[in-house]
Design a protein around this ligand. Structure first.
Ligand SMILES: [Fe+2]
Length: 392
């Protein structure tokens, strides 16, 4: 067995009302001035102010930056960065899902390392840990509160920059379902399938280990069991709790095992057409599983995924059969929770597939795919996902 580095968030709180544990944690760290980083919806809903009350309880002064956008771009990062600099804050508090948390992570890295956010694209490009980040997570989803990844859209290149950097890990993560209960069904569905994609990609990645498998495979089973309920009955506390644990576990898995071709292709696609990350993943996932699984020595890896999905008698199956069964279950789940099945259902121009494939090839996530595909193979997977052509 090889060497293993484990990246994990310093302190995490779970459970309904766990936001109440934040003030004591902040006091211990002697933090004084904070910037809440959130979006307009969460600002208007009162979620940011609710978090602000806990900052005040810890004796912290704070301001709010509430202009985070979905798929945050370089200009959002720069604007938030200017606010943080002007206010001389000593930490950032993200209130939101992946977009808010990634914005805070990006700002924290540039604040401590200087330069521009574009300088940090790729793997471990910064020298110093970022400014401390608290993440109050509102989706069950991206796992950004526990990973060494963050994503920023680069409008000049029409793509997303993927940063993998152990210096960006948040200091305190809060997964309090009070902030998730009112998440609408479509967002619960797309973010839940993002978490499923994290778990499946981590399980078959080049860098998977027994340590990362325990998180990935557990997450696959929990998401399969609870996502539909969380989408259909968002008021079900158990379903929300289990999804929060599962997305965190999936985040732990991929923060240490890496992701793969689905994310590389989704970053390229979502960056070009400004599409929700979870929806891109949900559509691409079964097609990439079929593609990866068509390679003889790789199909075997999907046996554990099939087991995680609750498929019986996997031991007696060939790798190819396991891939087919696993793909079927993933498609069923996606359909049941109402997600689009083909890229042609979205605002996607198929003439861009060549450019998208080029970006996907150099995305940091592609490094951990079980093998490196050719550009033409990536184009073909986009085309199949566009027209809904699945392997038999
Ligand atoms: Fe993701």
């Amino acid at each position: 067995m090889g060497l293993l580095r484990v990246n994990a968030v310093a302190t995490s709180f779970f459970g309904r009302g766990s936001i109440g544990m934040l003030p004591a944690e902040l006091k211990k760290r002697e933090l004084k001035r904070g910037l809440i980083v959130t979006d307009q919806f969460l600002y208007k809903s009162g979620a940011a102010d609710k978090v602000g009350l806990f900052l005040l309880e810890a004796g912290i002064e704070y301001a709010v930056y509430y202009l985070v956008q979905p798929n945050p771009s370089v200009s959002v990062i720069n604007e938030c960065l200017e606010a943080a600099k002007a206010l001389h804050v000593d930490f950032l508090t993200a209130v939101g899902g992946g977009s808010a948390i990634d914005t805070a992570k990006a700002v924290s890295i540039v604040l401590e390392n200087g330069g521009r956010i574009e300088d940090y694209e790729g793997v471990n490009q910064s020298d110093r840990p970022g400014l401390p980040v608290v993440a109050v997570n509102t989706t069950a989803g991206t796992g950004s509160e526990v990973t060494s990844f963050y994503i920023v859209t680069n409008p000049d290149k029409h793509t997303k920059m993927c940063m993998v950097d152990t210096n960006c890990m948040v200091s305190i993560a809060i997964n309090d379902i009070d902030f998730m209960m009112s998440m609408p069904g479509n967002l619960t569905a797309s973010t839940g399938m993002d978490a499923m994609t994290h778990a499946i990609e981590a399980a078959v990645s080049k860098r998977c280990t027994p340590f990362t498998d325990k998180d990935a495979l557990w997450a696959i089973g929990v998401i399969k069991s609870y996502l539909t309920e969380a989408v259909e009955h968002g008021e079900n506390e158990t379903a929300r709790e289990m999804m929060a644990y599962a997305e965190y576990s999936a985040g732990m898995a991929f923060s240490n095992a890496g992701l793969g071709m689905v994310h590389a292709m989704a970053h390229s696609l979502g960056g070009r057409f400004n599409l929700p990350h979870g929806v891109c993943n949900a559509i691409l996932l079964p097609y990439v599983m079929e593609f990866n699984g068509s390679k003889k020595n790789i199909a075997e890896r999907y046996k554990k995924v099939a087991k995680g999905l609750g498929i019986k008698d996997v031991e007696t199956m060939s790798g190819e059969q396991a891939v087919r069964e696993a793909v079927l279950r993933v498609r069923e789940l996606s359909k049941r929770i109402g997600l689009a099945e083909c890229l042609s259902d979205l605002s996607v121009d198929y003439r861009a597939f060549g450019d998208l494939a080029e970006s996907a090839l150099v995305d940091a996530c592609m490094e951990d795919n079980p093998f490196k595909p050719a550009k033409e193979e990536i184009i073909e997977v986009y085309q199949k996902a566009y027209y809904g052509i699945s392997s038999k």
